[in-house]
Design a protein around this ligand. Structure first.
Ligand code: ADP
Ligand code: MG
Length: 436
């Protein structure tokens, strides 16, 4: 059966641990499924959430590869599905969601920090007055940093104000276009995409090298723009570095506002994680939240998935989540790449992160921020490399011998134990070195 085949195929692409703990627990819900919606039942909320965040898209993709049609994949919790009434409601909700606006992707649920502030303000401004301020808005940034969340926030805001909103991924736009040609339904296609008030196109980089779709998008864009309908796009790169695009499209991408989202600063990241935990009814101590923020990279999507890993393990093992438990549950996911780390690399990262000149760190300067950067560098070289104290001393002009090094290390250990913010900062730099 196709469903089993697809789950097996997924199994061959992920770790046995995840396959056994999650995917194997899924049951295909044939009654609730149809060509457009594939429904699975999961034994509990956690497994359902975990698969939804990490694998639902992938499963949909595997379906598309096999059958040529991409369904909505939904994971429902089993005990609910026993009750056919509730099941009906779930399915109905799922169908309305296939307009693809996720209700909780709103401005209110978005944490604003330096890394995303311009994107946030820009989106909010156009959501309030679509088509009149910046047109188009082009948001770019790496994966998992909140682009889709912001794009959908514009959609939800405008929808609530009675606007006709279309949200599509660029991939879907392309498939819709190709199918409409095949079915001789281009009139319908154009009616849909050219007559809306707000068109939101997610991951526009996927239109690369698709000449005919780009051509159609070009005309869609022109008509919407002329009619003062708002266009908002996201992409993983800024327009000028997009490859495989017609010049006339690239130039239009820059007509309005171009904003980026960069990886969140530590405190923003901590707030986002807390918000997600609150939303998902998960309680984690501040200590664990900080550990996750410092050690798990920048993609919030990835972090959300891994928080689910911790909570599901805790549930399976019927234990409370302590810091040690979390560390242990995450150890496979945290790359410990100590091998290639050299003193030079550490000095480089410390200088850059703390905005101090490399030559100053190595000098005898007693300026406080330089002294601090020097201490952190010494501490990290001692911790992350096999270099001996005398050889570390040789890197720094003012350090005569190993006793000068051990004095600095003692000082920093004191600071780490007494100053939480300082400790987090050092951990963050350490993580930057480890993940480079
Ligand atoms: P992208 O489209 O950039 O790959 P998403 O918008 O899908 O990323 O975000 C991934 C997850 O991270 C979503 O669950 C989203 O809600 C969450 N997220 C990212 N940034 C923020 C933020 N600033 N505030 C709240 N949630 C965020
Ligand atoms: Mg996205």
């Amino acid at each position: 059966m196709l469903v089993n085949e697809i789950l097996e195929q997924l199994g061959s692409q992920i770790s046995t641990k995840e396959y056994e703990s999650y995917i194997k627990q899924l049951k295909f819900n044939e009654k609730a499924s149809n060509d457009d919606n594939i429904v699975f039942n999961a034994p509990n909320e956690l497994v359902a959430k975990f698969i939804n965040t990490r694998y639902a898209q992938k499963i949909a993709y595997l379906f598309e590869v096999k059958s040529g049609k991409k369904p909505n994949v939904s994971i429902l919790v089993s005990n609910k599905s026993k009750n056919s009434k509730i099941n009906q409601v779930d399915i109905k909700q799922m169908k309305t969601q296939s307009t693809m606006l996720i209700p909780n992707f709103t401005f209110e649920n978005f944490i604003v920090g330096g890394s995303n502030q311009f994107a946030f303000e820009g989106c909010k401004a156009v959501a309030k007055n679509p088509g009149t301020m910046y047109n188009p808005v082009f948001i770019y940034g790496s994966t998992g940093l909140g682009k889709t969340h912001l794009l959908q926030s514009v959609g939800n805001y405008c929808l609530n104000n009675g606007k006709v909103v279309i949200y599509v991924t660029a991939e879907l736009f392309k498939n819709d276009f190709i199918n409409s040609i095949k079915l001789h339904a281009m009139d319908k296609f154009r009616e849909k995409y050219r007559k809306c008030d707000v068109l939101l196109i997610d991951d526009v980089q996927f239109l690369s090298l698709s000449d005919r779709t780009q051509e159609e998008f070009f005309h869609t864009f022109n008509e919407l723009h002329a009619n003062k309908s708002q266009i908002v796009m996201t992409s993983d790169k800024p327009p000028k570095t997009l490859k495989g695009f017609e010049e006339r499209l690239i130039s239009r991408f820059g007509w309005g506002l171009i904003v980026d989202i960069t990886p969140p600063e530590l405190d923003t990241k901590i707030q986002i994680i807390k918000k997600k935990c609150e939303f998902n009814n998960i309680t984690l101590s501040d200590e664990i939240v900080s550990y996750i923020a410092v050690n798990l990279g920048d993609s919030i999507r990835e972090i959300e998935g891994l928080i689910t890993v911790i909570t599901s393990w805790a549930q399976i093992m019927k234990t409370e989540i302590t810091l040690d438990f979390a560390k242990n549950a995450l150890k496979d996911y945290i790359k410990e790449k100590h091998e290639n780390i050299t003193a030079d690399k550490i000095l480089d990262v410390v200088a850059r992160e703390l905005n101090v000149k490399l030559s100053d760190i190595k000098s005898k300067s007693r300026v406080p921020n330089i002294v601090e950067a020097r201490r952190i560098a010494i501490y990290l070289i001692k911790n992350l490399t096999q270099n001996s104290m005398p050889s570390i001393a040789k890197q720094f002009e003012g350090m005569k011998d190993h006793s000068a090094i051990s004095k600095n290390i003692k000082k920093i250990n004191e600071l780490i134990q007494t100053n939480e913010i300082f400790r987090l900062r050092v951990d963050e730099i350490k993580n930057k070195i480890l993940t480079k």
